[in-house]
Design a protein around this ligand. Structure first.
Ligand SMILES: [Zn+2]
Length: 274
């Protein structure tokens, strides 16, 4: 109960920080300084106007000084992060695997909305996240079996910690490599960019956290959802299919969150309650 409450508060605060990142990273601004300001009038935002979710409703979605609309994205990101942290901690407790999963889902939420709004997947999240995922693999096991089967067969006998790191390296390198190759061939054949390098780096980050199998599943789910919903969106809005840039990272992000919760047995735990 107390754990779940802590998870919600942590989720709201981290969601609030993700909002800062989503606005500032694509603009190459520091996420630490200056303090929060209104993008429209650049007036600094007082702490009491900067409370996650609450301030948005108190201010009725407008800046106190200039009345500019505050994007509803701020509330959605805060509530979504809090909900994910709540689900994870309630299912797994305040444990190391729960903390790692919270970090991964927070990175995915940040990437999902940065891509949707700015069509950018910041390197701080993708490459920075890959590095963190590789290091964390030593301390929290990556739940995959590929390296566990392949490496002993090749005569390599590693400790459980290093086998976990091997799963992480494999998860980061293999899907990212094949995505890069696919994008490279697509460009050679159609002479335009199909997949952004950001998507490739994003999947490397995901693979470093969860290994190869979960990454392939995310790629399949994200591609199918992206193709179907993207086509429907283009039909409805009558946008030009040749020039419309689909936020593929957004679909990968939602698919990744689903696979992460299912793979780490969070969803199993809730289904078991029914
Ligand atoms: Zn303002």
């Amino acid at each position: 109960m107390l754990e779940s409450l802590l998870a919600i508060i942590a989720g709201l605060l981290i969601g609030s920080f993700l909002n800062v990142c989503i606005y500032r990273m694509p603009r190459d601004l520091s996420v630490v300084r200056p303090r929060s300001f209104c993008p429209a009038c650049e007036h600094p935002i007082a702490w009491y106007d900067n409370i996650p979710v609450v301030s948005y409703f108190v201010l009725r979605g407008r800046c106190r000084h200039c009345g500019a609309r505050i994007p509803v994205r701020y509330v959605i990101v805060e509530l979504l992060t809090a909900a994910l942290f709540f689900l994870i901690v309630t299912a797994l407790g305040l444990t190391a695997p729960a903390a790692k999963l919270c970090l991964l889902t927070a990175l995915l939420v940040g990437l999902t909305f940065a891509d949707l709004e700015e069509r950018i997947l910041p390197d701080e999240f993708t490459l920075g996240g890959t590095a963190i995922g590789l290091v964390l693999a030593y301390f929290v096991p990556v739940d995959d079996v590929i390296a566990h089967i392949v490496l002993p067969g090749l005569g390599f006998h590693l400790s459980p910690q290093w086998l976990s790191v091997a799963e992480s390296v494999l998860g980061a390198a293999a899907p990212a490599g094949s995505l890069w190759l696919g994008g490279f061939l697509f460009e050679k054949i159609r002479h335009k960019e199909g997949l952004g390098l950001g998507d490739v780096k994003m999947m490397a980050m995901f693979g470093a956290f969860l290994g190869l199998r979960a990454t392939l599943l995310t790629l399949i789910l994200g591609s199918v959802a992206g193709s179907i919903l993207g086509l429907i969106y283009i039909r409805i809005t009558r946008k030009d299919a040749a020039t419309y840039q689909l936020p593929f990272g957004t679909f990968l992000g939602f698919a990744g969150i689903f696979v992460a919760l299912a793979g780490e047995k969070v969803i199993h735990w809730y289904v078991g309650l029914l």
